[in-house]
Design a protein around this ligand. Structure first.
Ligand code: GLC
Length: 557
């Protein structure tokens, strides 16, 4: 069988609102993406993932769609999308659109109809239940805080919303809903795009008795009844048959709180469901007791274990991982697990190396390639995100003092990754000639794309090399994964083997020097494919690793 092209590819995620503004509206736009295609080509990425650009009240920045067939005017027009697809294809690049089908905005015409009466033909497009003794139908909670049910007063029933109350969950049990969604996706596929990123797709099948959740240690009541639910694999196969297969699309599913077994099943050969999956377990290794809005410390051993389990588990099942540290919902990785101060460059490169030499398809989030950092805004007024605002109120209500609350917000807020892209040292980092919708991080004069491009040793060129290595060395795509030094408190190391070749990655994950000892009896001489220091040692039997030093060794027997 021919190897699918996306197995050697790297995807670049664009959050258009914060990418590049050509109209001085303060919000980025499609034309702004088109303008930067040569920059992205230079980086070497194969495909763009564009977060939602459909018509939306922007309560959750486009993840609340009010019209699937229209473009949010601030982003541009349908012609702009067509131009973008053309611009990408001309450069031998591809486009993946984000699609949000677990829920719609309550402004969507389906919901506007549905809420008018219990007999409305669209009523059953959503999930309605009567109250239980004057309260919500059950104790499920929204991922953005509070109950997952909102009362619609006129008809005196509650509708389900796993996210914000303006994001009503669609009723996937209704065949007509699914058919409407497939038709809409086909409309987009016909525009010539190459793939879909499916938003929280593993939440669409709910246990239909909507039971009361007796226990949830992380406070996420209801989760076990809607995560990877009873009909999920049936739905994925159906969608594949109706949309993906006929258009030969590449797909990545965003899997909320999923399991390895479920992701093996979504992506294993012959499943005919999805090509690859995002999971978030490794990005919870710094949560305290699984809770996001805490000031938890990174459990490094756990981080390594989780990544190893997924590498090995997906490899064995023939499934496929989407590899990532960053996206629009996560803090910046260099601020989170690296050092965004003294060892900014070294730690950003180290983190990239560790992730990009694994098996899967890497995703780079805009600005990651230049080492953008969390902005650490001093006050809640600078934060825009609905989840952040809710968390702030809840933490304050719990009695915590403002300083402690802000410390958590600064670390966890989704706005950490949503500050405008830092293009140059001009006003607003060259992002916009107007007032940006979210403030630019203060360090844009030091950290920006123009500077990165002018410096041969920049983080940008390190990413460029990693992308190229994936294309040149088949072992990165095919090799197995053996974790090394799992008990070591500082070193992240693993080995990949394939077809008589060996790839060894050694990384010091921290800012103090440490010593690596190769745990096997083989002779430690190999070619260095890449390092984040100029003069790394060619013999890996014993290596003195400097702060955040990361080296890739390659040998062939
Ligand atoms: C996904 C998106 C996130 C959004 C949520 C609800 O997790 O990545 O940004 O808020 O789904 O659609």
């Amino acid at each position: 069988m021919q190897e699918p092209w996306w197995k050697r590819s790297t995807v670049y995620q664009i959050y258009p609102k914060s990418f590049n503004d050509t109209t001085a509206s303060g919000m980025g736009d499609l034309q702004g993406v088109i303008e930067k295609l040569d920059y992205l080509k230079e980086l070497g990425v194969d495909m763009l993932w564009l977060t939602p650009i459909y018509r939306s009240p922007q309560r959750d920045n486009g993840y609340d769609i009010s019209d699937y067939y229209d473009i949010e005017p601030a982003y541009g027009t349908m012609e702009d999308v067509e131009r973008l697809v053309q611009g990408l294809h001309d450069r031998d690049m591809k486009l993946m659109m984000d699609i949000v089908i677990n829920h719609t905005s309550t402004d969507h015409k389906w919901f506007q109809q549905a809420k008018t009466s219990k007999d409305n033909p669209y009523r059953d497009y959503y999930i309605w239940r009567d109250s239980s003794d004057g309260n919500a139908p059950n104790n499920w909670v929204s991922k953005f805080g509070g109950s997952a049910w909102a009362l619609e007063e006129h008809t005196d029933q509650y509708y389900l919303h796993l996210f914000d109350k303006t994001q009503a969950d669609l009723n996937w049990e209704n065949d007509e809903v699914r058919n409407q969604l497939y038709e809409m996706m086909n409309f987009w596929a016909d525009k010539g795009l190459d793939g879909f990123r499916l938003d929280v797709i593993n939440l669409v099948s709910k246990v239909q008795s909507f039971p009361y959740d007796e226990s949830a240690p992380d406070g996420q009541f209801g989760k076990e009844y809607y995560t990877d639910g009873p009909r999920i694999h049936e739905f994925m196969k159906e969608m594949n048959q109706n949309v993906f297969a006929p258009h030969n699309l590449v797909t990545v599913g965003e899997m909320s709180s999923t399991s390895l077994a479920a992701c093996q099943q979504y992506t294993r050969p012959g499943a005919n469901e999805l090509d690859m999956t995002f999971n978030f377990h490794h990005l919870k290794a710094d949560y305290e007791k699984g809770k996001k809005w805490t000031d938890g410390k990174l459990d490094f051993i756990k981080l390594k274990q989780i990544l190893a389990d997924w590498q090995i588990g997906m490899h064995q099942a023939g499934g496929w991982n989407a590899l990532f540290w960053c996206n629009h919902d996560q803090p910046r990785i260099v601020s989170r697990f690296g050092d965004d101060n003294l060892y900014h460059r070294e730690s950003a490169k180290m983190l990239a190396t560790v992730m990009h030499m694994m098996q899967g398809t890497p995703y780079i989030y805009q600005g990651e390639e230049i080492g953008m950092t969390d902005p650490k805004f001093s006050s809640i007024e600078y934060y825009n995100d609905v989840e952040t605002q809710n968390a702030y109120s809840e933490l304050k209500e719990s009695g915590m003092d403002d300083r402690a609350v802000m410390q958590i917000i600064q670390r966890r807020s989704r706005d950490n990754s949503r500050t405008p892209m830092q293009w140059n040292a001009a006003q607003h980092a060259g992002f916009s000639k107007g007032e940006p919708w979210l403030s630019v991080a203060a360090n844009y004069k030091e950290i920006n794309a123009e500077k990165a491009l002018a410096d041969d040793n920049s983080i940008f060129y390190h990413y460029q090399t990693l992308i190229r290595l994936r294309k040149e060395y088949a072992i990165i795509t095919h090799g197995d994964y053996e974790p090394l030094c799992m008990e070591d408190e500082r070193i992240f190391s693993y080995e990949r083997r394939w077809n008589g070749e060996k790839l060894l990655v050694i990384a010091n994950f921290f800012g103090e020097s440490t010593e690596f000892t190769y745990p096997k009896k083989e002779i430690g001489e190999a070619e260095i494919l890449l390092s984040n220091y100029q003069d790394s040692a060619p013999n890996y039997s014993k290596v003195q690793l400097r702060p955040f030093e990361a080296i890739i060794y390659y040998s062939k027997s």
